[in-house]
Write a protein that binds this ligand. Structure first.
Ligand code: NAP
Length: 256
C-alpha cells in the first residue's frame, strides 16, 4: 500500500514533534515545518531512517515566507493527505488592559492567520483529488475563556469556528476536518507564554500530572486512522486533574 504523506506545522517541539515521531513509526511520510532549522534537521536525520522526511523552515505568520516555502515543495503539495495545523503559542498572560499589543498581534498572526495561510496552500489540491484530512489544534481555551487568557482564548475560539467552517465547506469534496482541544500539556508552551521564565513555566505543571505531547499524538493518530466514512469532528482532551479550564486539582490543594 502506498504510504500517506502528512505535513505538520510546529514540528520542532511539543505536540508537533511527538506527532511526527508517532507518524514515522506508523510509516507515514512527513513534511515537517517550524522556524528552528537545526531542530528540523535533527528530526530529519532521526526519522529519515524509517520514512521520507522533508523539512521546511519558515515563519507561518509571514505570508511571503509561507508562499516561498510552499513554492519550494510544489511537486509534493498535491500528494499531501494529512495536514496538521499545530503551530501556535500563547504570548503573555495578563489582564486585557495591561496586555502588550505586540503579543496580541503575534498570537493573531500565528494562531489564526498563519493557520489560514498554510491551509490555503494545501486545500486546493485536496479539493482536486477529493480526499484529505485537516486537523486543527484548538484548545480548551477555545471552548472556555479563562482569566487573563483574553487574546489567546480569542484566537483559539476562532480556530474552533474555522474548523467548523472548513468542515462545512469541504465535506462536499470528501475532506475531513477535525478540531482537537487539549487542556494542559507539558511542552515548551508555558516557556514561550512566560517569555523564557523557567520558574513560572515549571509551576504551571506542578502538583498534578499534565497531559504529555504523546497523549495528543496518540489521539491525532486515532483520528486519522478511522474508516473513511468516520470523521471525529471535535475532541476535548484534558488531564484527569483539570476538569475545566479554570480548575486544576494540585497536590497542595487536594484534601486528605
Ligand atoms: P510548543 O512546544 O511551544 O510548540 C509550538 C510549536 O509551534 C513549535 O514547534 C514552534 O516552532 C511552532 N511555532 C510557533 N510560532 C511559529 C511561527 N510563527 N511560525 C512557525 N512555527 C511556529 O507548544 P505545544 O504545546 O506543542 O503547542 C502546539 C499547539 O497546541 C499550539 O497551537 C497550542 O496553542 C496548542 N495547545 C497547547 C496546549 C498546551 O498546554 N501545551 C494546550 C492546548 C492547545 P518554532 O519555534 O521552531 O517556529
Amino acid at each position: 500500500m502506498e504510504k500517506k504523506l502528512a505535513l505538520i506545522t510546529g514540528a520542532t517541539s511539543g505536540i508537533g514533534q511527538a506527532t511526527a515521531k508517532l507518524f514515522a513509526s506508523r510509516h507515514i511520510n512527513l513534511i515537517l515545518c517550524g522556524r528552528r532549522k537545526e531542530r528540523l534537521e535533527m528530526l530529519e536525520k532521526e526519522l529519515g531512517q524509517s520514512v521520507d522526511v522533508d523539512i521546511l523552515a519558515f515563519d507561518i505568520s509571514q505570508p511571503h515566507e509561507v508562499k516561498s516555502a510552499f513554492l519550494s515543495i510544489k511537486e509534493q503539495v498535491p500528494h499531501i493527505d494529512i495536514l496538521i495545523n499545530n503551530a501556535g503559542n500563547a504570548h503573555g498572560l495578563g489582564p486585557i488592559d495591561k496586555g502588550d499589543m505586540n503579543d496580541f498581534e503575534k498570537m493573531i498572526d500565528t494562531n489564526l492567520k498563519g493557520l489560514l495561510y498554510v491551509s490555503q496552500e494545501i486545500i486546493p489540491s485536496m479539493v482536486k483529488k477529493k480526499s484529505g484530512h485537516i486537523i486543527n489544534l484548538g484548545s480548551i481555551a477555545g471552548k472556555e475563556v479563562y482569566p487573563k487568557g483574553n487574546v489567546y482564548c480569542a484566537t483559539k475560539s476562532a480556530v474552533d469556528a474555522l474548523s467548523k467552517a472548513m468542515r462545512i465547506d469541504l465535506a462536499e469534496h470528501q475532506i475531513k476536518v477535525s478540531n482537537i482541544n487539549p487542556g494542559l500539556v507539558e511542552t515548551e508552551f508555558s516557556l514561550v507564554r512566560f517569555k523564557g521564565n523557567q520558574e513560572l513555566a515549571k509551576k504551571t505543571y506542578q502538583g498534578f500530572t499534565p497531559l504529555t505531547p504523546f497523549d495528543i499524538a496518540d489521539l491525532i493518530y486515532f483520528i486519522i486512522s478511522r474508516p473513511v466514512h468516520v470523521n471525529l469532528a471535535d475532541c476535548l482532551i484534558l488531564p484527569l486533574a483539570q476538569p475545566c479550564a479554570t480548575t486544576v486539582i494540585r497536590e497542595s490543594t487536594r484534601e486528605g
